[in-house]
Every structure is written in structure tokens, then in C-alpha cells.
Design a protein around this ligand. Structure first.
Ligand code: ADP
Ligand code: MG
Length: 468
């Protein structure tokens, strides 16, 4: 592989930046995080830095990269970006004698003649076994609302306590509600607070895979060894080991041994322990023996809060109306909600336009359709009829008396807001009315909501009920 065109690397710049960082962040941060960084090259306005481990890369990326970039841009306006890669051969902690020198570096391990034997001590523990942590998944980036406040508090407690608090902490909830986010947040927090505590985070699949491989290589002893020294073991998505008997048994033993030694365990699954099928009773009762905390489906406020936070982090102006629209329509899963917003922002940036309700509806058609199926117009009509104490049949009847006409308009309005049915489709569902009637209803309700607080609250309440 050629190295591409590099600009001359100016170590003087880097030295000055390091001095600044030391001043700003203090000695201990400097020693642990800045000193081991090696300047590897510069190309096309990008400064390339290298660190010895993936964990370090993630950490430096989230905590210091912005500052480093800013300082660099100050020193040298040609610098636009910095990148950090993991390169073996970067000494985790250079000896004092050579600390001033940057060593020439190979970018990839493949180029080294013989891979160095793994050195235990200086590398953060578990960095080979543990999956890498997503730098965005921190407590600070987790938006807390009613549906997740309990799980959040429990996770925070486990991360902040120096001693084992609940063992295990078992987090469960549906897809995309933040289980993995909270687990990573615990790992980040512990690594920051007490770097000496050894944390392993891995998926149950990886656990299973490593175990099966160990079995095949007749090496289960070293498999077990890896876990023996851990202080905090976190296994994500444990539903994957249900029904896999040998793995489950191994997991059970590992688990029991660690709990008995007073080590902290954190687990996640898509169901509560009692609803996990195909797991043995003894494991089940062990799983429930600590604290079981569930993440409830999101509500409107939480979704709105998440969209606010995400829009901020993307640095794109998103009109409140669009956020509300998304929070109404994409109710099932935070991942999809974020995906939708990212798509809108990316589109806006690419074509250089601003985000509007129309572009949102247009760009997200596929996603919105998929979500519609859950809420039918019939359901809307039924709920609204119940709320206003009229008959369901009046939703499609020809009666024009206000006591039925107004609720009918509310239902049409909600059908427009909460589903992606077209105006003619909605008209048909309401006794074959014309699309202009629906349009009129929507305008009327909007107008009433603006002028009449009590009415607006009624509509809002109905919206919430229909969404959950
Ligand atoms: P799970 O593991 O429960 O399937 P994840 O933790 O992977 O879900 O979350 C899916 C996405 O939604 C992630 O990008 C995560 O950051 C985001 N997310 C979920 N809940 C929240 C929250 N309360 N605040 C901010 N982001 C969240
Ligand atoms: Mg997950």
C-alpha cells in the first residue's frame, strides 16, 4: 500500500499543542491520554494521529479530538481535520527517556514482520475481548423521560458506585429503546471514574461465538481465564443464548463465579427474565436476583427530546413542526427516529435546502407507510367517538349536527396527523366524503386549537392516547 501524498510533518506544531493540552487538561489526563498519541502524518488537510488501542482511540475521539483539532487549526490553518487510528507499535506509555520523540510508525499491523506478543499491563483491560464502545453512547447523550428514567437511574447508580450495587443489573426492553446505549454509558463512566476497574462489554452472540471456538480448540480454560479477572462484565442481548444449552451453561457458570466474587454484572435482553423462553430455571432465578429495570416504549415528549438533542448534535436547524411530526409518526423505535432525522439533515445539507414539513413527508414516505399499519382509521374513529360519546356509525353518517360533526372533524384531523393516508383516502373512510371536506376539517381543527386552549388540550390528549 502506498502512503499517498503527505505534507511534511511538523513535530514542532504537535509539541506546542501537547504543551497546551497539558496545561488545559492537567497532568494525569495528559499522561494517560495525550502522551501516548503519536503524530503519524498529514495529508490533504488531515492530521493523522495514532494510538495503541481501540479504546484509547474512542476515548480520545470523544473527549479530546475537538480540542486538538481547534488547537491545530490555530497553529496551522491548513489543518481541517484530524483522524485517529489504532496502530500496534505505538508504545502505550513511552519510557521517559524517549517521551519527546515521535517514532515513525506503520499504519497497519499487517506490515509488521512479527506481531508483538500482547503486553498485558498498559493496555486497558479487555480491549481485545471487549467490543468497542460507541463514543456517542454516553449518559450525557441519553435523553431521560418517564419511560426510561428508572433504567437510567439504575444504570447510573451501577456506574457511579464503587461497590457492587445490584447484581446483576438486568435491563430489558424492546428494540431500539436504548439498552445498548445505557450499557456503553456504564462502561464509559466506569472507565473514566476508575480506570483500574476492568470492564468487559460484549454481545451475547460474541460470548457464544468465543465459547464455541474455545470448545473447538479445546481451550476452554483460557476462555474462562479471560473472565476471571474482570470487575464488571456486561453482556448485551442475552436472549441470544436462550436455547443454546452448552453456551447457556457456560454463561451460567461464569456468571455465578463472578457474582460470588462480588463482581458487577450488567445484562440486557429484549424480555424480562421471566419471559425469556428456553432458559433453565436456575439461570432465570439468578437473572432476576438483582435489579430488573425495564425501558418502556417511548412517549411523545421523550421522542421530541431525543429529536431536539439529535438535531443539536447534527448542527442542523430543524423546525419544531417537523420534529413534532416525526415524534408523532415514528413512535416505535428510537433508532428509526434518529435515522429519519439523519436522513432529513443529510438531504438538506446535500442539496443545500432547509428542512420543511413537505420535504420530510416526501423523503420519509417509505418509513411513514410502514408505521401507519399500526394505527388504523377505524381505531381513530373508535377512540374519538368514545371520547366525545357519540356512536361510531356517526363517523360515516350524513348527520351534520355539531355534536357529531365536530368529533368527526377531529377524527379526520387526527387521521391526517397520525397516518400517512391521503385526503381522498381519509374522505372515503368517513362515509365517502370528498377530499375537500377533509381538508376543511383539518383547517377548522387547527384554527380551533389555536383559539381554544381547552379544545387544544382535548385534541392533544386524544393524540397521545392514539399513539400509545
Ligand atoms: P437497543 O439496544 O435497546 O436496541 P440502542 O441502545 O441501540 O437500542 O438504541 C438505538 C438508538 O437510539 C441509538 O442510537 C441510541 O443512541 C438511541 N437512543 C435510544 N434511547 C435514547 C435516549 N433516551 N436518548 C438518546 N438516544 C437514545
Ligand atoms: Mg442493543
Amino acid at each position: 500500500m502506498t502512503r499517498g501524498e503527505y505534507a511534511a510533518v511538523d513535530h514542532g506544531e504537535w509539541d506546542r499543542i501537547k504543551t497546551r493540552l497539558k496545561k488545559e487538561f492537567g497532568d494525569s489526563v495528559f499522561k494517560s491520554w495525550v502522551k501516548p498519541i503519536v503524530l503519524d502524518g498529514m495529508r490533504n488537510g488531515e492530521v493523522e494521529l495514532a494510538v495503541p488501542t481501540r479504546f484509547m482511540r474512542d476515548w480520545v475521539m470523544t473527549h479530546y479530538a475537538d480540542r486538538i483539532r481547534a488547537l491545530w487549526a490555530n497553529e496551522n490553518p491548513a489543518v481541517k481535520r484530524i483522524s485517529i487510528k489504532v496502530a500496534t507499535g505505538v508504545a502505550p506509555s513511552p519510557s521517559p527517556g524517549i517521551s519527546g520523540l515521535s517514532m515513525p510508525l506503520r499504519a497497519s499491523t499487517a506490515q509488521l514482520p512479527t506481531p508483538p506478543t500482547p503486553q498485558r499491563a498498559p493496555v486497558p483491560f479487555g480491549s481485545e475481548l471487549s467490543a468497542s464502545l460507541d463514543p456517542r453512547f454516553t449518559f450525557a447523550n441519553f435523553v431521560v423521560g418517564k419511560p426510561n428514567e428508572f433504567a437510567y437511574a439504575a444504570a447510573k447508580r451501577v456506574a457511579e458506585a464503587d461497590e457492587v450495587s445490584f447484581n446483576p443489573l438486568f435491563l430489558y426492553g424492546g428494540v431500539g429503546l436504548g439498552k445498548t446505549h445505557l450499557m456503553h454509558a456504564i462502561a464509559w463512566e466506569i472507565r473514566q471514574r476508575s480506570p483500574q476497574r476492568r470492564v468487559i462489554y460484549m454481545s451475547a452472540e460474541k460470548f457464544m461465538y468465543s465459547f464455541v471456538r474455545a470448545l473447538r480448540n479445546q481451550d476452554t480454560v483460557s476462555f474462562k481465564e479471560q473472565f476471571r479477572a474482570v470487575d464488571v462484565l456486561m453482556i448485551d442481548d442475552v436472549q441470544f443464548i436462550a436455547g443454546k444449552d452448552a453456551t447457556q451453561e457456560e454463561f451460567f457458570h461464569t456468571f455465578k463465579a463472578l457474582v460470588d466474587q462480588g463482581r458487577q454484572i450488567v445484562l440486557s435482553a429484549d424480555k424480562s427474565p421471566s419471559n425469556l423462553e428456553e432458559i433453565g430455571d436456575s439461570l432465570r432465578s439468578r437473572l432476576s436476583s438483582g435489579l430488573v429495570a425495564d425501558l418502556h416504549p417511548t412517549n411523545f415528549e421523550l421522542r421530541l427530546g431525543i429529536l431536539d438533542a439529535k438535531a443539536d448534535s447534527l448542527g442542523t436547524e430543524v423546525p419544531a413542526k417537523v420534529k413534532e411530526f416525526l415524534a408523532h409518526k415514528i413512535a416505535s423505535n428510537v433508532r428509526e427516529l434518529e435515522g429519519a432525522l439523519t436522513r432529513l439533515c443529510a438531504h438538506a445539507q446535500l442539496v443545500g435546502s432547509s428542512i420543511t414539513l413537505e420535504t420530510a413527508q416526501d423523503l420519509l414516505q417509505d418509513l411513514l407507510r410502514a408505521h401507519d399499519r399500526k394505527l388504523t382509521m377505524e381505531e381513530i374513529q373508535r377512540r374519538v367517538a368514545e371520547h366525545f360519546k357519540i356512536r361510531l356509525s356517526d363517523m360515516s353518517s350524513a348527520r351534520r349536527a355539531r355534536v357529531v360533526a365536530r368529533p368527526r372533524q377531529v377524527a379526520m384531523y387526527l387521521a391526517k396527523q397520525l397516518t400517512s393516508r391521503s385526503l381522498p383516502e381519509i374522505g372515503r373512510a368517513f362515509g365517502g366524503r370528498d377530499h375537500t371536506t377533509v381538508m376543511h376539517a383539518v383547517r377548522k381543527i387547527e384554527e380551533l386549537c389555536r383559539g381554544d386552549q381547552a379544545f387544544a388540550e382535548d385534541v392533544e390528549l386524544l393524540t397521545r392516547m392514539l399513539e400509545n
